[in-house]
Design a protein around this ligand. Structure first.
Ligand code: ATP
Ligand SMILES: Cc1cn([C@H]2C[C@H](O)[C@@H](COP(=O)(O)O)O2)c(=O)[nH]c1=O
Length: 725
């Protein structure tokens, strides 16, 4: 039996592989997230399609180029206005009301409003009325969007395990800002061509591509409402109960949200950094036309620079996590802002289009990485009950900062004249545009450094060495050189899964075949290990080590065990069968006790000199079944066995995560099956490996943490853990 794939932490690819393609595949296996992503993709396509279509549609209703320009720009401007009006309450509503129903009601209303725009035209209203209604409907739609986005953003972290949040954000950002706008523009253009060709230029009103796009936009919203209402009920489940949410007045919730943002260094740093990045981005956009002119590269340069920023964004979001690997996300966020801002400054010194293109790509890459890490930190580190308000402040603040930065910088760049200064043979143009870029870059660097200072979770660790270490994979120690001539098999699983039973059957079978077999276990296989075991596994209520001390003691037992039992036996060519090994520490101390899993993994890698088992047999069983087997042994339970079922469930899911991350090295078996059936499957796999024609291919020694399986805890469990430790 395997657990539901909806369960956060279920068998999916974790750890170092959680970004990039593998990470994206793993989040798509989580059913509620997959459904949400599909409808959001369709809705985002519909929104871009609708934005382009409403603007084109409004422009088509009036005559004359000035009126057309005003209608086109007016509709887009109206989309930004509601932020000013509704901004303050949007987040409070997302935190106060059930997020699923907030999303559903907003989407049903948006469906009606989108559909009303072409309907008014079809009913024969005059052009002015149609444009007027398009503007009003757009304003209302955008107001609803302001309520919908914080509800959605705050709900997503409740649907996916924290370790997969970054991959989920990668996927969502690429879909929303990369794939769907490009697709929408292409399809709108293609539709326009097809319809006009088919109708010979005299297209009936209802078949106008702009009208069809609006209908699509309307129905994509209806589809989102239906899927969220009936297919993603989990969105409601993540929230605290209704009484808690509605106990306080809205005004109090509003003030509390601001107090939380102002007084929490992480959130303050994030908000400051995000606003700084958007201000810098706005100045680049506002000055881009003048900058392109100052390069003397013509109009096309403007579009090239714009394209370069988008390419950089995509590279930053898509490749960033793979490059920085397990670097602290808080540090990565601050560094990304500094990279984007320093690149804006570098643009000020560009004297050739090629230099400006490189600068623009780096601006985009820095901004993309900051956007991804910032959203992930917001989703993963902010308590559910205030998340909506924080997302609303970020969403509204970024819009305002962007509009102000674009408006002011284009005004200043336009007002300032260009001066030419001759430096040796180089003609360097010093203009107000370049000065603005310099100032924007400096302000951005200041924001990035301040954010970094407020959020740093590795104070005292030199920044560049830390970055370089992460990029290289941070080898803690060279793996110990040794050549295994044997086979290293480990049995893993929860309490009472049947490890000792299976290990004994396998050992007897192999011995019966004349093989040299060493049976061992952790903790306690050696005399030193026995003493460590007695320190570790006392009765509940006895003097048990604290979580970090526990992790160190298991690592100490392991170091001695590997050095004195496992490696010597493998060098001799024996089949070494161990009852538990490194994965037990990752599952129990990492997921169970909630110590950072990558740190526990480092500890084990160091203890073992990187030695990995050739095969891990994972006996998977519901903890209730395993614990009842243990209870039937009529021995007193130790303090680990006496832990809650939730603790043992986390352990179980962590084991499954590890197996899913490296399926070739794992044999996962349903441990509720009869003993003989399991034993047969184990023997078949081990005999296959022993008889492999080319000999056993040993896994390469671990060079870094093998995983970052994150413990999945409910808020109430976290509070309990905090009190206990
Ligand atoms: N497949 C099975 N079906 C039913 N009972 C089993 C099965 N395998 C083992 N058992 C029984 O369950 C109990 C626990 O088995 P065992 O000691 O092998 O598990 P374990 O995983 O080594 O436990 P622990 O985690 O305490 O070391 C024993 O009484 C054993 O006989
Ligand atoms: C190796 C290892 C073990 N544990 C825990 C898991 C079990 O509760 C006990 C060992 O008991 P068993 O009957 O011998 O299976 O120790 C752990 O928490 N961390 C580890 O690394």
């Amino acid at each position: 039996m395997s657990p539901s794939s909806n369960k956060p932490g279920a068998a999916e690819k974790p750890g170092a592989d959680l970004s990039g393609y593998a990470g994206i595949r793993s989040v798509l296996r989580i059913t509620p997230f997959r459904r949400l992503w599909i409808v959001l993709g369709a809705a985002s396509f519909g929104d871009w399609f609708g934005l382009l279509a409403t603007s084109v549609f409004a422009a088509a209703q009036v005559e004359g180029s000035t009126a057309k320009g005003a209608a086109f720009g007016g509709v887009i401007a109206i989309r930004l206005l509601p932020a000013l009006v509704l901004g303050p309450i949007a987040g409070v509503l997302a935190d106060r009301f059930d997020r699923r129903w907030t999303m559903v009601i907003c989407d049903v209303l948006r469906f009606l409003l989108f559909a009303s725009i072409p309907l008014v035209a079809l009913l024969g209203a005059p052009g002015g009325v149609v444009v007027g209604w398009a503007a009003i409907a757009t304003f209302l739609i955008e107001s609803l969007t302001l309520l919908w986005i914080p509800a959605k953003e705050a709900a997503v972290p409740n649907l996916i395990p924290r370790a997969r949040l970054e991959a989920a954000n990668q996927l969502t950002l690429i879909t929303t800002y990369g794939l769907t706008p490009v697709l929408a523009a292409l399809i709108l253009a293609a539709l326009d061509g097809i319809v006009r060709a088919a109708t010979g230029g005299s297209t009936p009103d209802w078949a106008e591509p702009a009208q069809l796009a609006l209908w699509f936009n309307a129905f994509s919203r209806l589809a989102t409402a239906l899927v969220v209402a009936y297919g993603i009920k989990e969105i409601s489940q993540g929230q605290s109960d209704e009484r808690e949410r509605t106990e306080q007045s809205m005004l109090r919730q509003f003030k509390e949200g601001w107090r939380y943002i102002g007084q929490t260094p992480l959130v303050r740093g994030l908000v400051l950094g995000i606003f700084g990045a958007f201000a810098g981005g706005g100045i680049v956009i506002g000055t881009a036309k003048f900058f392109a002119t100052s390069l003397g590269a013509g109009d096309a340069a403007f579009y090239l620079l714009f394209g370069a920023i988008f390419i950089g964004l995509a590279l930053g979001i898509g490749l960033g996590p793979m490059i920085v690997k397990d670097m602290s996300r808080r540090r990565w966020f601050g560094m990304s802002i500094v990279l984007a801002s320093a690149s804006v400054m570098a643009l000020a010194f560009a004297i050739h289009l090629s230099m400006a293109m490189v600068g623009a790509i780096l601006v985009g890459a820095g901004a993309g990485m900051a956007f991804l890490s910032g959203t992930t930190l917001l989703g993963g580190e902010i308590a559910d009950e205030v998340r909506g308000r924080v997302f609303a402040v970020v969403q509204i603040g970024t819009r305002l900062v962007l509009i102000l930065a674009i408006g002011l910088s284009s005004l200043l760049a336009g007002v300032g004249g260009s001066r030419r200064l001759e430096l040796a043979d180089l003609g360097v143009s010093i203009s107000s545009t370049r000065l603005l870029l310099l100032a924007a870059g400096a302000a951005g660097i200041f924001a990035g450094v301040s954010a970094f200072g407020q959020m740093d979770d590795k104070k005292g660790v030199p920044v560049l060495a830390d970055l370089w270490g992460s990029i290289r994979g941070r080898p803690l120690m060279p793996a110990e050189p040794f050549v295994s001539a044997g086979l290293f098999v480990v049995f893993e699983g929860g309490e009472g899964a049947g490890k000792s039973t299976q290990l004994t059957v396998l050992a007897e079978r192999l011995r019966g075949q004349g093989r040299d077999v060493v049976v061992t276990r952790e903790p306690g296989a050696t005399a030193v290990g026995e003493r460590i075991r007695s320190l570790l596994l006392g009765a509940p209520g006895s003097d048990v080590p604290s979580p970090r001390a526990e992790a160190l003691l298991y690592a100490a037992d392991r170091a001695h065990h590997v050095a004195t039992v496992v490696r010597p036996a493998l060098v001799q060519g024996a089949v070494v069968i161990s009852d538990r090994y490194v994965d037990s520490s990752l599952a129990y101390q990492g997921a169970g006790r909630t110590l950072p899993v990558d740190e526990v993994s480092w500890l084990s890698s160091w203890a073992t000199g990187g030695l990995k088992p050739d095969l891990v047999v994972l006996l998977d069983v519901d903890p209730r079944t395993g614990l009842s087997r243990v209870a039937a042994r009529a021995e007193a339970a130790d303090h680990v066995e006496a832990e809650s079922v939730a603790f043992h469930e986390r352990v179980r899911y962590a084991f499954l995560d590890l197996a899913a991350a490296d399926p070739k090295r794992y044999l996962v078996l349903d441990a509720s099956r009869p003993v003989e059936e399991i034993a047969e499957q184990v023997a078949r796999r081990v005999e296959e490996m022993l008889g492999a024609p080319g000999g056993i291919v040993h896994p390469r020694p671990a060079q870094g943490p093998d995983t970052s399986v994150q413990p999945e805890l409910s808020e109430s469990e976290l509070v309990t853990m905090e009190h206990r430790t």
